[in-house]
Design a protein around this ligand. Structure first.
Ligand code: 0O2
Length: 206
């Protein structure tokens, strides 16, 4: 039984999340253009595939609770950087940085923050390049500047992160020590694979 106040809150939240969906669509288009045009000019597509998601309301509420934040739209916009997420999977490590550079050159894309877990992997072995970008979304009566978390990684990094997430999601940060060692070792193998593939790629393309 949701009365008028709850319905109004629901409407506001739906409209709020809709804008994040638009931001994701804008970014997806930008990335698809880069992928197709670069492929045409250089005969190499720097993007293997792209996925995206807008966080579900329940997951947003859960994250607010975890961070001790108020359930308020302004608080979400200000403090949650991953309401909208785009994951870009590239063939080679050089492509990850190449696509980052191409995004950086776009005047309407503002890069607010960069976390380079490729240069500095997390202790468990996780590697990826994370960008928090802000892009304008043109609505019927205003422009909103919306944050999107962009995770950029190679196929090998994606393979590792996907399986790590499946295996250890329920452990949070408390993965048993012997598992943690084995996990870090598999991440090192993925990194070696990337380095060797990169080297083959450079020999063929230069
Ligand atoms: P999910 O379920 O993928 O959405 P914050 O974003 O504030 O929570 P932080 O530390 O600033 O935290 O963000 P960071 O380090 O940039 O990581 C954010 C996201 O990167 C995570 O989102 C994961 O998607 C991914 N990520 C980070 N570390 C790991 C890791 O060790 N393994 C895997 N598989 N993914 C990782 P969420 O919200 O934690 O999870």
């Amino acid at each position: 039984d949701i009365g008028p106040p709850a319905l109004e809150v629901y409407r506001q939240l739906s409209q709020f999340l809709l804008v994040y969906k638009f931001a994701v669509e804008e970014l997806m288009t930008k990335l698809r253009i880069l992928s197709e045009e670069f492929d045409f000019v250089h005969r190499h597509d720097p993007i293997e595939h792209i996925t995206n998601r807008v966080k579900r309301p329940e997951a947003i509420m859960e994250k607010l609770r975890r961070k001790g934040l108020e359930p308020d739209l302004d608080v979400i916009a200000e403090h949650l950087d991953d309401v909208a997420g785009v994951r870009v999977v590239c063939p080679f490590v050089s492509d990850v940085y190449g696509v980052e550079e191409m995004l950086r050159r776009q005047h309407d894309v503002k890069i607010l923050r960069t976390k380079d877990y490729i240069a500095s992997p997390k202790p468990n072995g996780y590697r990826s390049l994370h960008l928090i970008v802000q892009i304008p979304v043109f609505l019927s009566d205003r422009v909103e500047h919306v944050k999107v978390e962009v995770q950029m990684r190679t196929i090998a990094m994606d393979f590792w992160a996907t399986l790590e997430h499946k295996l250890f999601y329920k452990y949070d940060d408390h993965v048993p020590a012997d598992f943690a060692d084995e996990l870090a070792s598999t991440a090192a193998i993925a990194a070696q694979l990337d380095a060797r593939m990169e080297s083959l790629h450079q020999r063929l393309h230069h």
